[in-house]
Design a binder for this molecule. Structure first.
Ligand code: BES
Ligand code: MG
Ligand code: ZN
Length: 497
């Protein structure tokens, strides 16, 4: 965790252990009146030009510089232009704090002089908070990690705006890191009921309404798919509903968020292999994203009516488990032939989508680690976006560009829809044609979207997790989708909050 404050001091007066300047070609130090700093900058710049130095320059700062700070760290990156997100800047900030930690420098000051300093400051803080995340809950003897003191130093004119932007950044990134903690947790710790408990705690701490339907209520209410998927486990399934009801919603719209909360996906009787099964505690990343978005929405006091529905289950195998060949009835009345018990995410999402209709949502976005096929199509870094609604597609793609939570549109091909037909039931959970699996899953979901609702589906099987260091993320959960959604909501409502 990192504390931060915004300052406007002159460089010499900054009270910190390390000064960090992340610069483009003509960085701020190029014009500095401080000769020592300027010389460091020129040497660094020349070395980068001559390709003698990497993008980093780390040194102790000699007394003659007249600074209170002991170390100087320079980084050279290409800043993002319009329509191009600031990922390199965030990564540079993350590298900077990692280097400072290595050298036990706890108080770190970033100097941000730029035409759009508040936005660049936000990117830096984002890189710091997301990059400094370390999940050591399960280590018996974790290294102690002192809290960092971060200063973001801007010009006096930029101070007010920077403060406001950073407050927002901090709320969003903290919510995202909370989502990462949920995704990393093993299945026996974060069971469906455990997920419900987390939602209740969150609701209490930030003023959301929370309702949980346990497995008995699920069955009694006709949410059969979720009940069926979860019935083979000793950790029973449930439905979690969170509501954000601002006092003065500015628009009539009612946003509904659905999250796949598979706290473990063994594949069921259509069992997964040992190569993939051990990762399947993370199959609730969609649910974690939705919780993160609700946390951020309520802490930011977004003036939008929002409801989240998470269906949570543990897809396991025992004598009572649901079987391939079962025929289920979804709550909208459609019957589903279960050809493969590993295509379970789409089953439990039918209940979440339906419930959002009952809750009155007119714009519904769902988040799910739904298909390996989506990862095969787009690789590990990008989520698949499915929607026939042009405005939703535009805001989500733009939000992805602006936040670094990249999404790429994939088509809901109407000609593929009949491939889900079944002779005995209305629809099968598996396509007759196996290739293009991400599209079939999305087409399947489209059968269960409440009438009249505008819908978008985000398949985040790839980017919800990273096996290797990626941008500013260490291996593990990324919390993908929190920033995306909060930004998309801002674009959709035109609110500058
Ligand atoms: N949870 C998986 C999808 C997944 C795979 C997420 C890899 C993250 C990493 C989902 O429930 C699943 O098993 N999907 C199947 C669908 C198939 C049986 C049609 C898949 O993608 O193989
Ligand atoms: Mg599965
Ligand atoms: Zn799954």
């Amino acid at each position: 965790m990192a504390n931060y404050k915004v300052g406007t001091q002159e460089i010499e007066k900054i009270n910190a252990d390390a000064l960090v300047v992340i610069c483009e070609e003509d960085g701020v130090l190029a014009q500095s009146s401080n000769k020592v700093l300027r010389r460091h900058w020129e040497n660094f710049h020349q070395a980068v030009k001559d390709r003698k130095s990497s993008r980093e320059w780390f040194c102790t700062l000699e007394k003659s510089a007249g600074c209170t700070t002991s170390h100087l760290l320079l980084e050279s990156v290409a800043f993002g232009g319009p329509g191009n997100h600031d990922e390199p800047l965030k990564s540079a900030a993350a590298r900077a704090v990692a280097m400072c930690r290595q050298h036990s420098l706890r108080r770190v000051a970033f100097i941000v002089h730029h035409k759009v300093a508040p936005l660049k400051a936000a990117a830096i803080l984002e890189g710091v908070i997301l990059g400094d995340f370390e999940d050591n809950r399960y280590k018996s003897n974790p290294l102690s990690r002192p809290e960092l003191d971060i200063q973001i130093v801007v010009s006096k004119e930029d101070k007010k705006e920077t403060r406001a932007v950073l407050e927002r950044t901090k709320i969003i990134c903290d919510a995202q890191n909370n989502a990462r903690l949920l995704v990393n947790a093993p299945h026996h710790e974060l069971t469906p009921r455990g997920l419900a408990r987390e939602a209740q705690l969150l609701a209490k701490s930030c003023g959301l309404q929370c309702e949980v339907l346990d497995h008995k209520k699920l069955k009694a209410s006709g949410y059969e798919p979720t009940w069926q998927v979860g019935r083979g486990s000793e950790y029973p399934p449930c439905m979690i509903i969170l509501r954000h009801r601002p006092k003065k919603p500015l628009r009539k719209m009612h946003i509904g968020l659905a999250g796949k909360g598979m706290t473990f996906d063994s594949g069921g009787l259509s069992l997964k292999t040992k190569e993939t099964i051990f990762k399947m505690n993370r199959d609730m990343a969609g649910a974690a994203t939705v919780l993160g978005v609700m946390e951020a929405a309520s802490r930011l006091d977004l003036p939008i009516q929002m409801t989240a529905v998470i269906t949570a289950a543990h897809n396991a195998v025992d004598g009572a488990a649901y079987y391939p060949g079962a025929i289920l009835k979804a709550k909208n009345g459609k019957t589903i032939f279960v050809e493969n018990t590993d295509a379970e995410g789409r089953l439990i999402l039918t209940d979440a989508l339906h419930r959002l209709g009952e809750e009155g949502s007119d714009i519904i976005w769902d988040y799910a680690t739904l298909t390996g096929a989506c990862m095969a199509a787009l690789g590990p870094g990008i989520a698949g976006l499915f929607t026939d609604d042009e405005e939703l597609r535009t805001v989500l793609v733009q939000a992805g560009n602006q936040t670094g939570d990249d999404v790429w549109p994939l088509p809901l091909v109407p000609e593929y829809k009949p491939w889900l037909n079944h002779t005995l039931a209305d629809v099968s959970n598996l396509s007759r044609i196996p290739i293009g699996g991400a599209i079939h899953a999305a087409n399947f979901l489209s059968h269960f979207v409440p009438k009249g609702a505008r819908w978008a589906h985000v398949d985040l099987a790839g980017p919800s997790n990273t096996e290797r260091p990626w941008r500013y993320y260490s291996p593990g959960a990324t919390g993908f989708g929190v920033r995306l959604t909060v930004e998309a909501l801002r674009l959709l409502t035109g609110e500058n909050k």
